[in-house]
Design a protein around this ligand. Structure first.
Ligand SMILES: *Cc1c(COP(=O)(O)O)cnc(C)c1O
Length: 359
């Protein structure tokens, strides 16, 4: 992999162990969320790794569903958000499971489906971004039942605040949801994202629907089971230099050396998805030591400060996320430095970053 300028190493074994741990902890079916290229971990290989653990996979779009089916996945694939009538042909061809959030799409689907089709109905219990409003959901479900070719396989909702310490709105949403669940025997009821999977057992119902935690990252402070981060992001040193007191570094010369300083260029920049917001604040690992990013992160490279006695040369490994020796930089640390969340850091890792898979 050294041949590549910057690359991630994905530990598929860790992802499988995380999924198994979540399944053992909840004792429920696992709907593995692999949208956005499995949160940057590679949708095809992740799905292949989870094919014996996951009961179902979930993606955000029909396009992702088609790609997942074409990668060889046989398990059901749930599209988490509504689709357009124009996408019905693809849904049918690739045996995808659509989410129903409005009547027009449902009746159109019923008209053109050549066979019985499993669907999941999304109930909006307060997240207010998709689904049928809970106050109208009982009537909606009854109306869907009149559509001969649609089989309600699942009913779900999504929680807005499961990652917060105050779980009071989670309870409000779960009460609204539960009030609709009479006569739903045999249907797969699900609500829990990672945060609720780890912190709200009452939300587990028949299946849990985690994404982030599969990849070994906790969405909140609750950590009832041990998860292993699966992604390490590396690059290597492309240049080493020494600058005099008062000299600046990178665009705008925003950093000024307080004294004679050894610096190194590392081959990653915002063009790879490494946040520009880490300018002057991020840290990377070199020779098992933390080194601070100085000056602005550029499109292709960044510059770090070296300690005076560091024995460092061009080609040495740099860890941006993950472990090196005893030291570790977590996704959460990078996200915090960049003023964002782990989800965004992982999903922004760009196409120039090669991926290596191991077990
Ligand atoms: C993305 C998503 C999930 C997974 O969320 P995590 O916080 O990553 O576990 C679950 N359900 C829906 C509807 C989603 O959009």
């Amino acid at each position: 992999m050294h041949y590549f300028r910057t690359y991630t190493e994905i530990n598929l074994g860790a992802i499988r162990r995380n999924a198994e741990a979540i399944k053992a902890y909840t004792g429920k079916q696992l709907i593995a969320v692999v949208k956005a290229d499995a949160y940057g971990h590679g949708m095809g290989p992740v799905a292949e790794t989870l094919h014996t653990v996951a009961d179902m996979f979930a993606v955000a779009t029909v396009g992702e569903g088609v790609e997942l089916r074409q990668s060889g996945v046989q398990k059901p694939i749930l599209i988490l958000f509504s689709s357009l009538p124009e996408q019905i042909a693809q849904i049918l061809e690739h045996r995808l499971t659509p989410t129903i959030g409005n009547w027009e799409f449902a009746s159109r689907l019923n008209e053109v489906a050549p066979r019985t089709l499993n669907i999941h109905v999304n109930i909006n219990t307060g997240m207010n971004r998709s689904g049928v409003r809970w106050t109208e959901a009982a009537a909606f479900l009854n109306r869907i039942k009149t559509l001969q070719r649609l089989e309600i396989e699942g009913i779900f909702t999504h929680l807005a605040t499961a990652d917060e310490a105050d779980k009071s709105f989670v309870s409000v949403q779960l009460e609204r949801f539960s009030s609709l669940l009479a006569n739903t025997d045999g249907k797969i009821v699900h609500a829990a994202n990672s945060a609720a999977t780890l912190a709200v057992p009452e939300s587990h119902f028949d299946a849990v629907r985690p994404g982030l935690s599969l990849y070994g990252i906790y969405p909140a402070s609750e950590k009832p089971i041990a998860l292993e981060p699966a992604l390490t992001w590396k690059t290597w040193i492309g240049w080493v230099g020494s600058i005099s007191e008062g000299e600046g570094v990178s665009y705008g010369l925003t950093y000024k050396a307080a004294r004679q300083t050894r610096v190194a260029m590392v081959q990653v920049g915002y063009g790879d998805g490494y946040p520009r917001a880490l300018s002057g604040v991020g840290e990377v690992l070199i020779s098992g030591m933390r080194c601070r990013i100085i000056g602005r992160v550029c499109m292709d490279v960044s510059v770090v400060e070296l300690s005076d006695n560091a024995n460092v040369s061009v080609g040495d490994e740099v860890v941006l996320i993950g472990k090196q020796g005893e030291a570790e930089i977590t996704v959460d640390e990078v996200a915090h430095g960049a003023g964002t969340i782990s989800y965004e850091i992982l999903t922004q890792i760009g196409p120039r970053v090669k991926r290596a898979f191991n077990y």
